[in-house]
Write a protein that binds this ligand. Structure first.
Ligand code: DC
Length: 229
């Protein structure tokens, strides 16, 4: 079974996806981390972020691996071509580079292929922007998680502080979130939008535990429906 969780930056997708996966005993795939890893490699190799074909070559030729602690289905880190980039993909530099990289059609084709291959290996909660619309349009449950721009910016600031990259101001984070939403929603390939059959959940002012619980209930209903068919 596939649970697709899409939505804009900072809506709480990662927290929710990991918690739902843990509760249901599913594996978890963060597709944003894959685009970030490709962006890291492009920057590292000095590839122009405007050269879609070169970016596509990088995406097709790279090996992305999620690192697991034995017995834990939630990945602890990510590497690309053997480089551990778990922390390196969360910097402001990569926040900026990932928009053009993820907008490149050849990059998306390569990533979607890998994501489908991974998702077909079992029960997965997959988070991203186009999981319910493009990668797994047949997903048994699709959730589109949103929150106001201000709430998402506040959460990102708290996350940055927790990760030790706390020097970016609230207004800079808010501007970056708005800029990235614009880029994600208006790009030609797989723009960010809710699938017609997605459940739209607004997490503004809501306890994250309640959202996790709501998605687990929806998953159970979807599972029961699947078994009854
Ligand atoms: O979820 P995130 O912020 O780590 O995602 C990083 C970037 O990758 C973001 O700009 C949107 C893009 N992305 C995408 O285009 N498609 C996905 N399935 C996941 C992320």
């Amino acid at each position: 079974m596939i649970i697709a969780i899409d939505g804009p930056a900072g809506a709480g997708k990662s927290t929710v996806a990991k918690a739902v996966a843990k509760k249901l005993g599913f594996k978890c795939l963060d597709t944003g981390a894959m685009y970030r890893a490709v962006a890291w490699l492009a920057v590292d190799e000095g590839v122009s972020l405007e050269d879609d074909d070169a970016l596509g070559r990088i995406a097709r030729g790279c090996t992305i691996a999620f690192d697991h602690v034995p017995g834990d289905p939630i990945p602890k880190g990510i590497s690309i071509n053997g480089h551990d980039v778990t922390d390196a993909i969360r910097t402001t530099r990569i926040d900026q580079a990932v928009s053009p990289v993820s907008a490149a059609g050849p990059v998306r084709e390569a990533m979607v292929e890998q994501q489908r291959r991974i998702g077909h290996q079992g029960d997965y909660v997959i988070e991203g922007r186009d999981i319910g619309t493009v990668v797994f349009p047949e997903a048994e449950l699709k959730v589109f998680l949103t929150a106001t721009d201000e709430e998402r910016a506040h959460r990102r600031v708290r996350q940055n502080v927790d990760r030790g990259v706390g020097s970016i101001s609230y207004s800079e984070v808010l501007a970056d979130i708005i800029r990235r939403d614009e880029a994600d929603m208006n790009r030609a390939h797989a723009p960010l939008k809710a699938a017609d059959d997605a459940r739209i959940i607004d997490s503004t002012g809501t306890y994250i535990e309640d959202i996790i619980e709501q998605i687990c209930v929806l998953a159970q209903i979807a599972q029961d429906g699947k078994q009854a068919r």
